[in-house]
Design a protein around this ligand. Structure first.
Ligand code: M6R
Length: 615
């Protein structure tokens, strides 16, 4: 939620900031703003409601000179999206400008004190409190900006990544983080970049420092990166090399990132398995399992914590791990788990799944699990994000940056990692026969080619999509491994087309939802060939008998279902437990094409943000 960018050095800041905001727009897009210290030494702030393009239009006739600036794209929490509430916020005297990602929980108390001192406020945001507090402390105690930030942050409760410009010190940006991500890029010319993730920085430098909670960084061109904490103790964040190509950050000829990411999946899953499955395709090696073998194979129980799509991947992981490793698995919404006072044993293994690695609820669930003494394992995509740094070990899914708000390749990457993990643990625990293990590993390596085949249904789905644009509600049904696929298909449709959709275990339908079925209600059934196939056919007949219109996702060679379904989409066959990876493809494409037919902004659906860094 909210994206932050900053630059200070010898280049013009404005173009770098605007490009950076475009890269971060997936984090929020209800308003945007930029602050620049001009060549004349003015501190100019420009803001606009809407997208980054609206900000650019607003800046057309403005002074955009200067080599130091900060910029922000907002996902509103406190105060409606308008240009007053947009960031950056000026301090009362106009000397400071500040941007913020996060939530200041005690902002009301702080604001009351500042208002009582006669300090005027323009917006209704929690963020403006920070800039007024910092300036008030700085002026009334004759402190430097860094000192004032340290004193102010002692009083602040909440989550923040902030960056501040001071008109009187145009050669400095001060920034700080607590529970919201912040990355500093170290340019070759002694210049500094700053962003919520590495994507706006990758174009200029591959050297980055991920700030840790409590870090305050002082960026001054030509000087060493200075990092201290609120008590002024020097900190040493590691400088890392990032490996993000520009092609990964651009649409590459596709109209939307989501479609590009759907089509990238075969290549992404090859990347995900590379180096982990050997050339002979009969062994999986995960370094996390080698390093923590005893802890993992002796787990009394596994608890998976995640949100949204990652939670759906967790439901598939549960079935894989229970059936292959015979370890009991619970799957929890991180947002519920963190507040539920759950029973956690020291010999539990908690697996946190997150694409972004920054989801606030998942981070809080990890903290709770660690406090209870459990071993915490992360499955994450964004390299260097908070979750991989706060878990004891883990596995990256390596599917490259996912920019479309609707998660696609991260989901199939997560299920692929969970498959490898389950197979690895089963092998180590001796709960799988050697031949079966080899057969499964071999089959997993064939999945990318099968995804290529599944993607051939794109044109058929594009032709089908207009039929469903009228729908107000849709039902997605699946059983066993395909039940989470139904949930995920419904979530995809909801979030980008705004059609209400529900995912349901097909057999549960007769306990309630069947009452909804009529000829107006499209029903999508995942009916691939597995041990529940005949039962799913019965469920389809129950829908048909009530006038429901069925689109079935079936396995190639199926001749039965076409008798009962209005439309069928054919997929390559695989083992039952890997079917979710393949069956997700047509559902992603369906959601995409329906949303496009309805004229929706697929990559930036209303009210959503890619990275949910507030609870
Ligand atoms: O980054 P995470 O995987 O932790 O994000 C979790 C959810 O916010 C995310 O999966 C969300 O549900 C997606 N928009 C779904 O497409």
């Amino acid at each position: 939620m909210c994206g932050i960018v900053g630059y200070i050095g010898h280049k013009k800041a404005y173009p770098i900031l605007i490009k950076g905001l475009q890269r971060l727009e997936y984090r929020g897009y209800d308003s945007a703003g930029v602050a620049l210290i001009s060549e004349d030494g003015d501190l100019n702030v420009y803001k606009a409601k809407g997208k980054v393009s609206d900000l650019e239009a607003c800046c057309e006739d403005k002074d955009i000179s200067g080599c130091a600036g900060i910029a922000h794209t907002r996902w509103a929490t406190h105060g409606e999206p308008n240009s007053t509430n947009a960031h950056p916020h000026y301090s009362a005297s106009g000397r400071l400008a500040l941007i913020h990602n996060g939530i200041i929980e005690n902002y009301m108390t702080l604001k009351e004190k500042l208002v009582a001192l006669g300090i005027p406020f323009k917006s209704v945001t929690d963020t403006e409190v920070l800039v007024q507090l910092i300036e008030h402390i700085m002026l009334s105690n004759e402190l430097t900006l860094l000192e004032a930030v340290q004193v102010a942050l002692h009083q602040v409760i909440g989550a923040y990544a902030i960056a501040i410009l001071d008109r009187k010190h145009p050669d400095t940006i001060v920034c700080a983080r607590q529970s919201s991500p912040l990355v500093v890029g170290l340019g070759a010319d002694g210049d500094f970049y700053l962003a919520s993730d590495a994507s706006p920085i990758a174009e200029y430098t591959d050297k980055v420092a991920y700030l840790n909670d409590g870090d305050i960084a002082v960026l001054q061109p030509g000087k060493e990166l200075k990092v201290v904490n609120i008590d002024n103790e020097t900190q040493h964040p590691k400088v890392k090399q990032i490996d993000i190509t520009l092609g990964q950050l651009e649409k590459g000829g596709y109209p939307f990132f989501m479609l590009k990411e759907i089509f990238e999946q075969p290549a992404c899953l090859r990347d995900c398995m590379r180096g982990r499955i050997n050339v002979g395709a009969d062994r999986i090696t995960l370094s996390a399992v080698i390093d923590y073998r005893e802890k993992l194979i002796n787990a009394r129980r596994i608890i998976i914590v995640a949100c949204g799509t990652s939670w759906h991947a967790g439901l598939i992981g549960k079935q894989l791990i229970e059936s292959l490793c015979r370890i009991p698995v619970e799957v929890e919404y991180a947002s519920e788990f963190r507040y539920r006072d759950p029973v956690i044993y020291p010999d539990d293994v908690v697996i946190a799944i997150s694409q972004s690695g920054e989801t606030a609820d998942t981070l809080a669930a990890i903290e709770l699990a660690r406090r209870a003494g459990a071993f915490v394992f992360g499955i994450c995509n964004a390299i260097g994000a908070s979750i991989p740094r706060q878990t004891q070990t883990g596995v990256y899914i390596h599917v490259g940056p996912e920019i479309g708000v609707a998660s696609t390749k991260a989901f199939t990457g997560q299920v692929t990692v969970l498959s490898m993990l389950a197979l690895c643990l089963a092998h180590e625990r001796g709960t799988i026969r050697a031949e079966h293990y080899k057969e499964m590993v071999r089959e997993l390596t064939l999945i990318p080619a099968k995804l290529e085949k599944a993607l051939e249904s794109n044109e058929q789905i594009e032709r089908l999509a207009p039929i469903f644009t009228y729908a107000k509600n849709c039902l997605y049904l699946g059983r066993g491994y395909n039940y989470p696929v139904a949930l995920e298909g419904a979530l995809k449709l909801k979030e980008i087309s705004y059609i209400h959709a529900e995912g349901y275990p097909a057999a549960e339908m007769k306990h309630g939802p069947i009452a909804l079925i009529d000829s107006e209600m499209p029903v999508f059934v995942i009916a691939t060939r597995d041990h529940l196939y005949d039962k799913v056919i019965s469920n389809i007949q129950e829908v048909r008998a009530r006038g429901g219109r069925v689109t079935a996702i079936v396995t190639e060679g199926d001749t039965q279902i076409q008798k009962f379904a209005d439309h069928i989409i054919v997929l390559p066959d695989t083992l039952e437990c890997f079917q979710p990876i393949i069956a997700s493809i047509p559902l992603q494409l369906l959601a995409y094409h329906i949303a496009v037919c309805k004229g929706k902004d697929v990559d930036r659906p209303r009210n959503l943000a890619k990275s949910v860094t507030v609870e």
